[in-house]
Design a protein around this ligand. Structure first.
Ligand code: NDP
Length: 247
């Protein structure tokens, strides 16, 4: 497989909005076949229509990443349709920030289920075909919050620190199969991520800040394309990026 993006089969979770959607557009425009997973299937189908109308290759698969069977089905669909899986971008994530003393235990569970277990289910589904191919690339989304703590981020940060730990463990263990592992930690990017914060004071503070300093989602698309397009013998282990004006 060549080092470029052209011809690669790329599975993206959380492709119905934000950074996953931007990555799908960018990578398909550079010749990748993209396989898109998320719960909002209507949005995925509209994106597939847009990509195919522009001459690209794309497939939509309704996927809840908290369900291991559905993640397996997403990866199977890629292999059955396009014959292989070159890249998995474990991008789906939620960030219902809140201070711990407000005891939003259901939201803690949700963050662990989506941000950590969802990533693990993606890895479990993608590893067997990648090991057989003796090539592959697993890209996991952490965050600046996976490097430092800020108001209300304790559980979110725990999941994103966790993503970095499991990605590095994965890297050490699967390099023998010629599988690359990349952690991408974005700073403030303008997406729908803040829409689901239930604590209105925390939501407003974050919306004000990201509204002020946030960069568009295609910043991520360019960065993920950079990691994917390196020659196969080179693994970009970790990328941390922030808007220039972010703290
Ligand atoms: P968005 O809210 O725009 O996108 C999140 C995506 O995750 C959506 O497509 C959503 O799809 C999907 N998702 C959520 N829950 C599930 C689920 N149970 N199963 C499948 N898909 C799910 O936010 P971003 O684009 O910003 O987020 C992408 C990633 O980037 C996340 O991991 C986030 O933590 C991380 N990140 C974002 C930053 C930012 O500033 N925006 C900064 C640092 C990291 P659907 O609802 O259709 O299922």
């Amino acid at each position: 497989m060549s080092s470029s993006i052209e011809g690669k089969v790329v599975v993206i979770t959380g492709a119905s909005s934000g950074m996953g959607e931007a990555a799908a557009r960018h990578l398909s425009a550079h010749g990748a076949a993209v396989v898109l997973g998320a719960r909002r299937i209507g949005r995925l189908r509209a994106l597939v229509e847009e990509i195919t109308a522009a001459g690209g290759k794309a497939l939509a698969v309704e996927t809840d990443v908290t369900d291991r069977g559905q993640v397996q089905h997403l990866v199977n669909a890629a292999v059955e349709t396009y014959g292989r899986i070159d890249v998995l971008i474990n991008n789906a994530g939620v960030m219902p920030l809140s201070p711990m003393d407000r005891l939003k235990v259901d939201e803690w569970d949700q963050m662990i289920d989506v941000n950590l277990k969802g990533v693990l289910y993606g890895i479990a589904a993608a590893l067997p075909p990648m090991m057989e191919q003796k090539s592959g690339h697993i890209i996991n989304l952490s965050s600046v919050a996976g490097h430092k703590l800020f108001g209300g981020s304790a559980v979110y940060s725990a999941t994103k620190f966790g993503v970095r730990a499991l990605s590095e463990g994965l890297r050490q263990e699967v390099k023998a199969y010629n599988i690359r592992t990349t952690i991408i930690s974005p700073g403030a990017v303008k997406t729908e991520l803040l829409d689901h914060i239930s604590e209105t004071d925390i939501q407003k503070a974050n919306q004000d800040y990201v509204g002020q300093v946030g960069v568009p989602a295609d910043s991520f698309a360019r960065i993920v394309a950079f990691a994917i397009s390196q020659p196969e013998e080179l693994d970009i282990n970790e990328i941390l990026f922030r808007p220039t004006s972010q703290e």
